[in-house]
Design a protein around this ligand. Structure first.
Ligand SMILES: NC(=O)c1ccc[n+]([C@@H]2O[C@H](COP(=O)([O-])OP(=O)(O)OC[C@H]3O[C@@H](n4cnc5c(N)ncnc54)[C@H](OP(=O)(O)O)[C@@H]3O)[C@@H](O)[C@H]2O)c1
Length: 211
């Protein structure tokens, strides 16, 4: 059992990871601005309302934890303006973890961040850059901050995730030659909730990069 704080726990990947971390027996601190709205009740769950861009909130969030899962996201409307959330929040998070000796970080960025951009095919690259370019430029900085840190990190870069029930069928592709976008039709798609076991499995693993 680990004590895990999930940064960005109120929705999407973070919420599903919260659910599955509790099922797996972990103590979970669920951190988000709207953490109070998380509808899960569990004695192992602590809901902490806070802003990932506020150092004081983040320092309190990582205090006493064995591991941090970072699953921050921006709204669709924010994709067309300047995006700094990922890099700014990561700068604050890395400093807080290093100051408190919390070493294990699992961060969700996305397929197309960092050196995985080269694996996007030409047809997908133009629309990808149009919609997600600003966010992924900031995720590039986020990944660089993590890789340059002394933390024991894993970066997870999922492809497109849709909502649906858990099938347990997913692949973690580690070799750059295997990287590809998981842009699959809905019935066979890698489902949003399938990112969670993959992230949780890494709570106790060593530094790695996976897509
Ligand atoms: N979903 C996909 O298909 C997919 C695919 C590939 C990569 N990704 C990446 O995975 C990440 C998570 O995606 P998602 O779909 O789970 O996102 P999401 O549903 O939009 O959830 C984002 C989370 O970030 C939190 N958040 C945002 N700003 C915050 C702040 N300043 N302080 C604290 N918490 C904050 C939100 O909580 P509050 O608003 O309550 O603060 C929410 O819990 C994103 O970076 C996304 O690009 C997603």
């Amino acid at each position: 059992m680990a004590r895990v704080v999930i940064i960005g726990a109120s929705k999407g990947i973070g919420l599903e990871t919260t659910r599955q971390a509790l099922e797996a027996g972990h103590m979970v601190r669920a951190f988000a601005r709207s953490a109070a709205d998380i509808s899960i009740s569990d004695p192992k769950l602590e809901k902490v309302r806070g802003n990932a861009l506020r150092s004081k909130d983040v320092a309190a969030a990582v205090n006493g934890m064995n591991a941090v899962i970072q699953a921050l996201g921006v709204g669709l409307g924010d994709l067309f303006g300047p995006v700094h959330l990922f890099s700014d929040a990561t700068r604050i998070l890395v400093a807080a973890m290093q100051a408190q000796g919390v070493k294990r970080l699992i961060s969700v960025t996305g397929f197309g961040a960092g050196d995985s951009r080269a694996s996007i095919n030409c047809l997908q690259l133009l629309p990808f850059r149009f919609f997600f370019g600003r966010a992924y430029d900031d995720k590039d900085v986020q990944e660089r901050l993590i890789k340059d840190s002394a933390l024991d990190w894993t970066i997870a870069r999922p492809g497109l995730l849709t909502n649906g029930s858990r099938t347990g069928r997913y692949k973690v592709l580690k070799a750059p030659s295997q990287w590809r976008n998981g842009n699959i039709s809905k019935p066979a798609a890698p489902l949003r909730c399938q990112a969670a076991p993959s992230l949780l499995a890494k709570v106790k693993q060593q530094r790695a990069l996976s897509g």
